[in-house]
Design a protein around this ligand. Structure first.
Ligand code: FES
Ligand SMILES: [Fe+2]
Length: 388
């Protein structure tokens, strides 16, 4: 277990200089320095499993999405045998970006718009001007460079590392939070349908967003609707503070909606223990999962700069809720408001990260101390990537 009280070497503040109740955050530069961000891209987002695309968004073979993973553009698609494939979105000829659209569909192949090298859905080079006159050019060797994929919870996770770590690393975060994997499996996330998707362009460092999600010290101040539904959040202890704990709905609350009114049909696998409770899980490095009895709110972050993060948020409901066209807006509105309140707070902090006053960082109060483990995780990844 990482020690949450381990401080980055760069940060001259030590625990001995602080009152017992406080531990330090990362220094301000950690949230602003493009060099540190580049190291995070290399040693975190390009080295770990990264949740890239919702599987159902690749509805047929040839449907594709392009996503930024660390410093790379990754093309994710479905081959004719229905398997998911991911490639570096880079033409093997002279390096043109193969697909510039964020999403689209091709029939059978991707054709580079520059000199028309053409790759099938498995990445193999299948055509190019004068290719038959170059019999020594290997179709696989000069095909698109593949990236490892793994489908879990209805999402395609990719890993750019040459030797990807076991996928268990991802699952471990869920177990650490919920105590087991069965608890999340009961929601059958892969069988839910998309009720709404909202994409947020947040002008803040990705770590501010993770830290915010991990604590509820701010809940009473900025989340009036959420604390109405989950009264225990007003005390400042986040659902993530205790292993296995889900915050209970208020006794008058009928559902996880913006006004506490009735929600939608309960997800069939959800147990009595899990009913009327909210569970939040941080899956490092860039996913948040929120579980309530009738829907799942699934956040994916795409960090694009030290001070900018795109967050794609999906509201997932039981299939027949979506198919029957039931009104999901009161459910969506609750977490949409929470998101906007949180992202506003993160954007409020971002400019101050470069203030001289924050050079040594800020402090975490006891209900935020578990965020120290996240800081240790970031620091360890960067330390491990540094040449010795
Ligand atoms: S760069 Fe793609 S075909 Fe030349
Ligand atoms: Fe919040």
């Amino acid at each position: 277990m990482p020690d949450p009280r381990r401080f980055p070497e760069e940060c001259p503040v030590t625990s001995t200089g602080l009152p017992e109740s406080l531990i330090t955050t990362l220094p301000g530069s950690s949230y602003t320095d493009p060099e540190i961000f580049a190291q995070e891209q290399e040693h975190i987002f390009e080295a770990m499993w990264f949740c890239a695309v919702r599987s159902a968004d690749l509805a047929r073979s040839g449907v594709f999405r392009t996503v930024q993973v660390g410093r790379e553009s990754i093309l994710v698609t479905r081959a004719r045998d229905n398997s998911v494939r991911a490639f570096f979105n880079v033409c093997r000829h002279r390096g043109a970006k193969l697909c510039t659209a964020e999403a689209g569909e091709v029939k059978r192949a991707f054709q580079c718009p520059y000199h028309a090298w053409t790759y099938d859905l498995t990445g193999k080079l299948v055509a190019a001007p004068n290719l038959t006159k170059m019999p020594d050019v290997g179709r696989t060797e000069y095909g698109l460079a593949a990236v490892a994929t793994h489908e879990w919870l209805g999402y395609v996770w990719v890993c750019l590392a040459e030797n990807p770590p076991p996928f268990d690393e991802v699952v471990r975060d869920v177990v650490a939070r919920l105590g087991d994997t069965k608890s999340i499996e009961r929601y059958g996330i892969e069988d839910l349908d998309l009720g709404r998707r909202i994409v947020y362009d947040v002008k803040a460092n990705w770590k501010l967003i993770v830290e915010n999600f991990m604590e509820c010290y701010h809940c009473a101040t900025i989340h009036p609707e959420l604390t109405e539904v989950l009264p225990e959040f007003a005390d400042g202890y986040a659902a993530q503070y205790y292993v296995g704990h889900g915050a209970e709905f208020g006794s008058e609350v009928k559902g996880f909606t913006v006004d506490g009114s009735e929600g939608l049909d309960r997800i069939p696998g959800v147990t009595e223990d899990q009913d009327r409770r909210y569970y939040a899980i941080t899956v490092r490095p860039q996913v948040f999962v929120n579980l309530v009895p009738d829907h799942v709110v699934f956040h994916r972050m795409y960090p694009v700069a030290a001070d900018r993060t795109i967050v794609e948020c999906d509201w997932l409901f039981h299939k027949h809720v979506v198919e029957s066209g039931k009104d999901v807006s009161r459910s969506v509105e609750l977490f949409d408001r929470v998101n906007r309140q949180d992202f506003d707070a993160c954007e409020r902090c971002q400019p101050a990260m470069s203030s001289r006053l924050y050079a040594k960082g800020g402090v975490l109060v006891p209900s935020e101390h578990h965020i120290g483990a996240f800081h240790a995780f970031v620091q360890e990844r960067l330390d491990a990537g540094r040449p010795r």
